[in-house]
Write a protein that binds this ligand. Structure first.
Ligand SMILES: NC(=O)c1ccc[n+]([C@@H]2O[C@H](COP(=O)([O-])OP(=O)(O)OC[C@H]3O[C@@H](n4cnc5c(N)ncnc54)[C@H](OP(=O)(O)O)[C@@H]3O)[C@@H](O)[C@H]2O)c1
Length: 284
């Protein structure tokens, strides 16, 4: 069953995704009752690509009670059915959606132990050609909605003295790629936020993981309207990112690149920025 965000009456703007606002109790998740302690994981962007792969990866193992969110209720329901998860369809950029999602999650599944923030969109092309409203769209979901959700969930984690926030960034944010100026800036913001927040949370028992994928074979490129045309890095399957997320959660890692060799260009850029810029300008 997919629950849906219903817009508060006072809030103007477009209606949300799913007409179905059935608030019946979610079915119990059998796997949740096995093992030592069942933890609650909230995955955004779970209706497609990386988020769906993360949901499936966590759903494969005992010990997780999953709450999944995305905009498309049909695709979201499919992933939720496959993973015995509870689903809540919402456009997280709409006012109040984040609060409804966190209230729903707490009410149905208890306090959140793990947030995997995968919801995001891209846009590619020259900045001078970018429609101004698209700048807002890219920042709204990749940065603002994500940070607002973290803001709502963190107090519970800090009070519990345990928890992890996993933020899906991008190589574009680490090295700034041509023709993705706004997306690169948005993902750089996510990376800076992750680093800064991690310092602040030191000693609280709550960790922050910044996951930095390169190119992943998902509908992301089709949806942004521009196919991926570079020969390198080659696209990797979303399951590789999901494995990296799972491993980072288990090991409490701060930052992971997927695939791991992609850390190299970031190191070169950090150590020799002039050289890196010349190479990037020449080879793209
Ligand atoms: N694919 C890549 O090469 C790549 C590389 C580096 C980083 N990333 C990042 O990885 C994350 C996942 O991307 P992906 O490749 O899995 O793309 P995807 O297949 O297009 O999935 C994007 C997900 O984000 C959700 N979403 C988008 N806007 C939303 C909104 N306003 N409110 C709620 N949910 C929203 C989508 O929901 P619906 O489908 O229901 O609309 C979908 O579940 C993104 O943050 C992306 O920037 C991707």
């Amino acid at each position: 069953m997919v629950h849906a965000f219903s817009r508060p009456r006072s809030v103007p703007g477009p209606q949300v995704v799913a007409p179905d606002a059935d608030h019946a109790r979610p079915r119990p998740r059998p796997v949740a009752d096995r093992g030592t302690r069942t933890r609650t994981a909230l995955v955004t962007g779970a209706s497609s690509g990386i988020g769906a792969a993360v949901a499936r990866r966590l759903g494969d193992e005992d010990g997780w009670r999953l709450v999944l969110t995305g905009r498309d209720p049909v695709r979201l329901r499919q992933v939720a059915d496959d993973t015995s998860a509870t689903a809540f369809a919402a456009d997280l950029t709409l006012p109040g959606a984040d609060r409804q999602l966190t209230d729903f999650t707490t009410a149905t599944s208890g306090p959140v132990d793990l947030l995997v923030a995968g919801a995001g969109v891209g846009w590619a092309g020259e900045f001078l050609d970018m429609p101004p409203h698209t700048i807002d769209e890219v920042f709204d979901i990749n940065v603002l909605a994500t940070l607002r959700l973290v803001r709502l969930l963190l107090p519970g984690m800090v009070a519990a003295g345990t928890g992890r926030v996993v933020l899906i960034g991008s190589l574009a944010g680490s090295v700034a790629v041509r023709d993705e100026a706004v997306y690169s800036a948005a993902k750089a913001a996510v990376g800076a936020f992750a680093d800064s927040l991690r310092y602040e949370l030191r000693g609280t028992g709550v960790g922050v993981t910044h996951v930095v994928p390169g190119v992943v074979d998902t509908p992301f490129f089709e949806r942004r309207g521009t196919p991926y045309r570079r020969s390198r890095p080659r696209p990797v399957p979303p399951e590789l990112v999901a494995d990296a997320v799972r491993s980072a959660v288990v090991r409490g890692r701060d930052e992971v690149y997927v695939p791991s060799w992609l850390r190299l260009p970031c190191r070169v850029r950090g150590a020799a920025p002039g050289l890196y810029r010349r190479l990037a300008a020449r080879f793209g």
